[in-house]
Ligand binder design. Structure first.
Ligand code: SAM
Length: 251
């Protein structure tokens, strides 16, 4: 969506971008194109946070069906008027509480940055309903997926074990209205077919709950029985594969 159109819409509906919802509207046509190019014609798409519709219009042209979750009721009203398309299901709901429908969809989002980690975690937990996701996130968060060594977090473990990921493009802060305080990166994650079982999710939560403490203590506290001496290891000294092997030992 152009700068002019974004400003016009905000003025016409007497709205301001709401900081509490992480509203930074994308106004760079090339980046919009690169993001929407990652969707194949006819695919079912989920969009998180359509905002004023910067991505929504182009997604609608390609998607078989588009389900868009937007927490801000003011924006949902604008979107309804802009896109009276039967292919679009607009859901005025917090995506973190949403129940995703069965079948494989592609998720696309210029993420609200205040909950980037939570949304990405939800997508991994529910990866059986998603085949891919293309997401814009803060550069600092994206960088962690490519950092050599540690420390790392639960997301790195999940991304390494359950997806292939790559950078689609970079977006500096001037690609948005209002400009955020950080630069951004668009990443694509292609989920693999490995089953992510609930037991492993709970195990990871126990490992990372107090990540500075000894791993053996964290696991014992969560009720796991460890039959060998883990010494003074902390969670981020183990690779994702080593963590999975440890899970197989203690489950
Ligand atoms: N997609 C639009 C764009 O690219 O211009 C807007 C992106 S803006 C960074 C993030 C959007 O997510 C906002 O529209 C915001 O209202 C919405 N949002 C924030 N928290 C949300 C949540 N928990 N569930 C659904 N949408 C949310």
């Amino acid at each position: 969506m152009s700068v002019r159109r974004t400003l016009d819409l905000l003025e016409q509906y007497e709205l301001k971008a709401k900081k509490k919802y992480g509203q930074n509207f994308l106004v760079d046509e090339k980046i919009i194109q690169k993001i929407t190019d990652t969707v194949e014609a006819g695919e079912n798409v989920i969009e998180v946070g359509p905002g004023l519709g910067a991505l929504t219009g182009r997604l609608l042209r390609k998607a078989g069906k588009l389900t868009a979750y937007e927490i801000d009721g003011d924006l949902v009203e604008i979107l309804k008027q802009q896109f009276p398309d039967e292919k679009l299901q607009l859901v005025n709901e917090d995506f973190l509480k949403a129940e995703l429908h069965d079948g494989k969809s592609v998720l696309v989002s210029n993420l609200p940055y205040y909950i980037t980690g939570d949304i990405l975690l939800k997508c991994f937990w529910e990866k059986d309903k998603l085949c891919r996701m293309t997401v814009m996130m803060q550069k600092e968060v994206a960088d962690k997926f490519f950092a050599e060594g540690y420390p790392y977090g639960m997301l790195n473990v999940l991304a390494d074990l359950y997806s292939e990921y790559r950078i689609i493009c970079k977006a500096d802060r001037h690609c948005f209205i209002p400009a955020p305080n950080v630069d951004s990166i668009v990443m694509e994650f292609v989920f693999n077919d490995k089953v992510l079982d609930e037991g492993f999710c709970s195990f990871l939560e126990a490992c990372f709950r107090q990540r500075r403490k000894l791993l053996s203590g964290n696991l014992k506290k969560a009720g796991y029985q460890i039959n060998r001496d883990l010494g003074k290891i902390r969670v981020d000294e183990l690779s994702p594969q080593e963590l999975y092997r440890l899970y197989e030992e203690v489950r």
